[in-house]
Design a protein around this ligand. Structure first.
Ligand SMILES: Cc1cc2nc3c(=O)[nH]c(=O)nc-3n(C[C@H](O)[C@H](O)[C@H](O)COP(=O)(O)OP(=O)(O)OC[C@H]3O[C@@H](n4cnc5c(N)ncnc54)[C@H](O)[C@@H]3O)c2cc1C
Length: 337
């Protein structure tokens, strides 16, 4: 077990506070700790909260070594690890590096400036807390905010933007909206567990980025009529018992009990801007940061992980976001030690 410098200065000031304990935030905290800095992480949910909320029986797209952080091997008997293996791996990493993680605290706002930031949080009981840090790393991901469709009925309780597991949808008419990996995987899983599945996608064909081992599976289910697909189609309205699809052949009303709108997610741009970080409106709302150090336009605030790519959430994954911590720690070490 390695030793971590967990002491906090008498005035409660730590060197670095990392907002978001996802894979990127953990990698950043480890790199900063290895540089001799005192680090605290804060997450609104549990450790790797986004991964925890992924489909219960999912398999990652990448091989285990590409998910590794902190030079700790991730071994799996599978070619591609499962969600529960990944959760266990990141728990072990957090334990090994004795990371100081304050779970179930939402970061609401930031005060102060470089050298002495105040981080205001609310815990699960609604209590207000504050932390002080010389530098901040923001790695808040994108999975908390779904891309809403803005259609009538989207606020009904039967409409879900996250897919967990198939059992509750046995023998139900389920509509899956979307044409990428998440929609294809959910449609297949639901169908394999006894749901009557309709897939609707605005494109003329399913997205070309669907993984090569998933694409033939979904295409064959559609070809065989096991999953009904409406391409070049959108959803006009959702009611308690039906959905109206706008298809090239005109509106179609079909019976429906549940809808999975799996149309992607986006970073909390409002939160990022509230820190004073500017967004590049001409470039997918990428937050302004120096690519060499990841320091934003606000001195002392660093950005890491998928948020760096703005709306292009398919550009930065665990695979590449895990290296942001090394760049940030190098800059922090040069400025703080
Ligand atoms: C189904 C699915 C499968 C995927 N498979 C792969 C794969 O095989 N390989 C791969 O490389 N990538 C994969 N990805 C993408 C990858 O999981 C994400 O890109 C990655 O999690 C981003 O890491 P992150 O640390 O930047 O963000 P996240 O993992 O989203 O972590 C952000 C953290 O910040 C916390 N947070 C947010 N706001 C606040 C706040 N205000 N206060 C406190 N805490 C906050 C969240 O609770 C969360 O824990 C997959 C994604 C999905 C949805």
């Amino acid at each position: 077990m390695s030793e971590a410098p967990h002491d906090v200065l008498p005035d409660g000031l730590v060197d670095v506070l990392v907002i978001g304990a996802g894979p990127t935030g953990l990698a950043c905290a480890i790199a900063a700790q290895n540089a001799g800095l005192r680090v605290v992480l804060v997450d609104k949910g549990c450790l790797t909260n986004s991964l925890f909320h992924y489909p219960a029986h999912m398999t990652f797209f990448t091989t285990p070594e590409l998910l590794e952080i902190g030079n700790m091997p991730f071994s799996s008997p599978n070619q591609k690890p499962t969600r529960s293996e990944a959760l266990e791996y990141y728990r072990k990493v957090a334990e090994h590096y004795r990371l100081d993680i304050r779970q179930y605290q939402n970061v609401d706002r930031i005060g102060g400036s470089d050298g002495d930031f105040t981080v205001h949080t609310t815990d699960q009981f609604g209590r207000q807390l504050t932390h002080r840090a010389r530098k901040l790393i923001v790695s808040t991901g994108y999975y908390d905010l779904p891309n809403y469709l803005g259609i009538p009925g989207e606020d009904l309780p039967k409409v879900k933007h996250y897919y967990h597991e198939p059992h509750p949808f046995f023998a139900q008419d389920v509509l899956v909206i979307g044409g990428k990996n998440s929609a294809a995987i959910a449609a297949l899983d639901l169908w394999r567990h006894g749901a009557r599945v309709t897939l609707v996608h605005r494109g003329a064909e399913l997205h070309r980025h669907i993984k090569y081992w998933i694409k033939p599976d979904i295409e064959n289910r559609i070809k065989n009529g096991e999953i009904t697909a409406h391409l070049s189609s959108t959803v006009g309205e959702i009611t308690e018992d039906a959905v109206t699809l706008l298809t090239p052949g005109g509106p179609k009303v079909i019976p429906n009990q549940f809808v999975f709108a799996l149309t992607g997610y986006h970073p909390d741009f409002g939160f990022i801007e509230s820190l004073g970080v500017r967004l590049d409106k001409s470039n997918a709302r990428c937050p302004i940061c120096d690519p060499a150090t990841h320091e934003s336009n606000v001195p002392g605030i660093y950005l890491a992980g998928v948020i760096v790519a703005g709306e292009r959430t398919n550009e930065i994954f665990i695979e590449n976001g895990r290296f942001h911590g090394d760049l940030i720690a190098k800059d922090l070490a040069a400025k703080m030690n």
